[in-house]
Ligand binder design. Structure first.
Ligand code: GLN
Length: 535
């Protein structure tokens, strides 16, 4: 790769969380990429966990996995989906990782008797990580998690200040995402929270160059001028960000407000031509679908939609490609029993059983799968969903009534079990089968029809596997082992004979679904659901 003169863009957030910093970062990244620049996006999270792999998805949302097997914040998923490039473990950093590294070095004696302090030791380690892609990309976007003013993110902000000072304003830029609330009783948009947030940044020695103002109503000239004056920002750099119908519309709306051009002008870089044609066509298809399907998402974290973020996004992509709106019906697996399965599942055009850990709701997942198998409803099982499909088939077709997974039971007929490499592992963090692994696909299968190739790479996050001792008996009863690891020891994809579309995958295809392109299995699953459409 040619050596680049890398520019750094820092994106922080103010006032409150959930304003969409991840989407804003991904959208800006896309705009700069579509102007011909090479871009990567990094996330710095203030929490002390080394990674979110051990955090509950109910609290933190989905754990996203990169090709190289890092368990990351779900914003990494947005970056990959928008930019259509894969990040690495270096794209996701937590305070925990930073402290872990510094403390390890201290134990090794690397600090030569010095007192180890937040400044400079922690901030130097943050700086090393923030600049790890220096000279490799034209633009590195760094999103700082949390809200400005949080105690936890102070070392990150201090490091941002130092990098800006060292590299100067032509190579660094600060974008601050804030909120401009509309107060009904006053009939007015209020700028004070934004002023306070910008002030807090400036107290830390960071001057915002651009303010992205989330608002439900358009900012008028008076509001924009006031924010510009009080926050010490040029007037054209106060950018309104209105709520969008779909998150995929945000790049287009930021481009309308010239965000990418302002960034490039501030860096003194040529503006180039923005090519958003394909992207806009994709957005138009999301907004005006011809058809619709109802797909049941059977899982256990149904209250927190972020737990299944990548699956939901994969449905949006696959839906757009099929000209179809995918209505996801949330089904709590704990509520499904043999007696009520057909009642709660009968209106669905397709059923997806989600990934997961732990015993809760397992029997409900198995009943949902039985329903899909017996009623020829298109079925897609992901990771635990595939494992449950193997259990269901072993119990109800191959006659092994006590079949189960070693995750939930000891004893016989564990058709899903730990691989030998997992047997002696005691640490929970980062020890599963993680990241990208190759898989060979058999011709003449649904998987082959979807991918159109015999060799694929998909990302994994699990400990348990299909138990090879049961290959022959399950095959004899009509299960197809359509995807296998190149050394043939691991079953990666299963299908069923005599069913229109029944696919279980040991990996997580949702992590590789990208905007515009989608993912082959999600595309074909939606297509099958459309064919099966009830009314
Ligand atoms: N709990 C299962 C395992 O560890 C499945 C994990 C998953 O669905 N990601 O193998």
């Amino acid at each position: 790769m040619a050596v680049k003169k890398t520019k750094f863009i820092f994106i922080s957030g103010g006032v409150l969380s959930s304003l969409g910093k991840g989407i804003a970062s991904a959208s800006l990244g896309l705009l700069l990429k579509q102007r011909g620049l090479s871009v990567t996006i990094m996330k710095f999270d203030p929490y002390i966990n080394v990674d979110p792999g051990t955090m509950s998805p109910q609290q933190h949302g989905e754990v996203y996995v990169t090709d190289d097997g890092a368990e990351c914040d779900l914003d990494l998923g947005h970056y990959e989906r928008y930019l259509d490039v894969s990040g690495t473990r270096y794209n996701s950093v937590s305070s925990g990782q930073v402290y872990f590294e510094v403390i390890q070095k201290e134990r090794e004696g690397s600090y030569l008797g010095k007192t180890v302090q937040v400044i400079p030791h922690i901030t130097d380690e943050i700086k090393r990580r923030m600049t790890i892609y220096d000279k490799q990309y034209d633009i590195v976007i760094i999103e700082i998690g949390g809200t400005v003013g949080d105690i936890e993110s102070l070392p990150f902000m201090e490091t941002v200040r130092q990098i800006c000072l060292e590299r100067g304003p032509k190579n660094t830029l600060n974008i601050h995402l804030t909120y401009v609330p509309y107060i009904k009783s006053a009939g007015e948009l209020k700028t004070k929270p934004t002023q306070h947030s910008a002030k807090m940044l400036m107290e830390m020695g960071i001057r915002p160059d651009i303010l992205l103002c989330r608002t439900e109503f358009p900012l008028n000239k008076e509001v924009t001028s006031k924010i510009a004056l009080f926050c010490n920002v040029e007037e054209d750099s106060v950018i309104e960000v209105m709520d969008a119908e779909t998150i995929y519309e945000v790049p287009t709306s930021l481009a309308k407000n010239n965000l990418d051009q302002i960034v490039l002008r501030k860096f003194g870089m040529p503006v180039g031509k923005l090519d958003l044609d394909t992207w806009n066509k994709f957005v138009a298809r999301i907004k005006n679908p011809k058809f619709s399907v109802k797909i049941g998402l059977v899982g256990k974290y149904n209250q927190v939609k972020d737990s299944y973020k990548s699956i939901l996004e994969a449905f949006i992509h696959a839906g757009a490609i099929n000209n179809t709106k995918v209505d996801v019906v949330w089904i709590d697996s704990e509520t499904i029993q043999k007696s009520n399965a057909s009642q709660s599942l009968k209106d669905l055009d397709g059923i997806l059983v989600a990934p997961g850990f732990g015993n809760r709701g397992i029997e409900g997942k198995i009943e949902a799968i039985r329903f899909a198998r017996e009623h020829s409803v298109p079925f897609f099982g992901i990771c635990l969903g595939m494992q449950c499909a193997v259990i269901e088939f072993a119990r109800n077709v191959a006659g092994m009534k006590d079949a189960h997974s070693g995750e939930f039971k000891k004893g016989k007929n564990l058709v899903i079990n730990l691989m030998s490499s997992q047997k002696n592992i005691t640490d929970k963090g980062g020890t599963m089968r993680l990241g990208s692994y190759p898989c060979n696909i058999r011709k003449g299968t649904l998987a082959y029809a979807a991918y159109g190739t015999e060799s694929i790479q998909e990302r994994h996050r699990h400990r348990y596997e299909f138990n090879n001792a049961y290959r022959t008996i399950l095959e004899q009863h009509g299960m197809k082992l359509s995807g296998v690891s190149p050394d043939t020891t691991l079953i990666e994809i299963i299908e069923l004979k005599n069913h229109p579309w029944f696919v279980g995958v040991q990996f997580h295809p949702e992590y590789k679904s990208r905007a515009v392109k989608g993912h082959p299995l999600f595309i074909d699953f939606v297509k099958a659901a459309l064919t099966n459409k009830k009314n």
